[in-house]
Design a protein around this ligand. Sequence first.
Ligand SMILES: NC(=O)c1ccc[n+]([C@@H]2O[C@H](COP(=O)([O-])OP(=O)(O)OC[C@H]3O[C@@H](n4cnc5c(N)ncnc54)[C@H](O)[C@@H]3O)[C@@H](O)[C@H]2O)c1
Length: 246
Amino acid sequence: MHAIVTGGASGIGRASALRLGQRLKITIADRDLAGAQKTAEDICASGGSASAVEVDVSHRASVAAMVASARKANGPVTALFANAGINRRAPVDLIREEDWDLMMATHVKGVMLCCQAVLPDMVAGGGGAIVNTSSDFAIMGVAGNATYTSAKTAIYSFTKSIALELAPHKIRVNAIGPGPIDTPLLASGRSSGQHAELKEKFARLLPLGRMGTPEEVAVVVDFLLSEKASYITGQLVHPNGGQLMW
Ligand SMILES: NC(=O)c1ccc[n+]([C@@H]2O[C@H](COP(=O)([O-])OP(=O)(O)OC[C@H]3O[C@@H](n4cnc5c(N)ncnc54)[C@H](O)[C@@H]3O)[C@@H](O)[C@H]2O)c1
């Protein structure tokens, strides 16, 4: 069994790769090759089997090369965690067209390209499992973050539709909707003061009284990609501290 984890150099992807590496061969794919190599080395140091590959998930040729390299190193792909992501926050009147295009290319097109690229192995192998990283923000409105929320809603919608298409092939497709998780992405574009303020706000407002950790998301990813989740497909599962209940 072999999983590709995109965005595996950092945050949620790294924590998920480390956890999945306890039971699967892992290909860590990221535009940050050094970071991906570090995650792969850490998995191997714990007795697992992993390799790293550089990818830009928003480019078809790069994604095709990622899957070819992954297959060569670790055999046919049986699981995918399509997770790479960025953020560009701005109120609606200040959204820049190039930021909108980059966000849609990274998140929406990136997830689509990665799902497409692993399908031949999964169909030939008689099944598989995919988890796409969406967000609580797929459902909630968030002032000042409309580009990101739009991308995450699209990923959720894409996940549901392809879950229907791929069920006959025994390929399960789910999405995760994390709440605020303490990673470099959450800190990006914010001063250390703003980041500290945000932490304090979550401590005050979230039902569970704190931000989540990447490891708390990795548990959910591991479950959804495992046989334990054999009757779950097309769902958005929320490790979110109770931020959103619906
Ligand atoms: N941190 C949160 O609060 C939170 C909440 C909900 C959803 N998410 C989502 O979780 C995912 C992981 O985010 P994180 O918080 O772990 O952030 P992170 O910045 O720690 O990790 C993101 C990784 O994606 C990689 N990446 C970015 N663009 C890429 C591209 N085009 N091709 C390949 N790799 C690329 C980065 O190099 C990085 O290693 C993202 O999709 C993010 O939107 C995060």
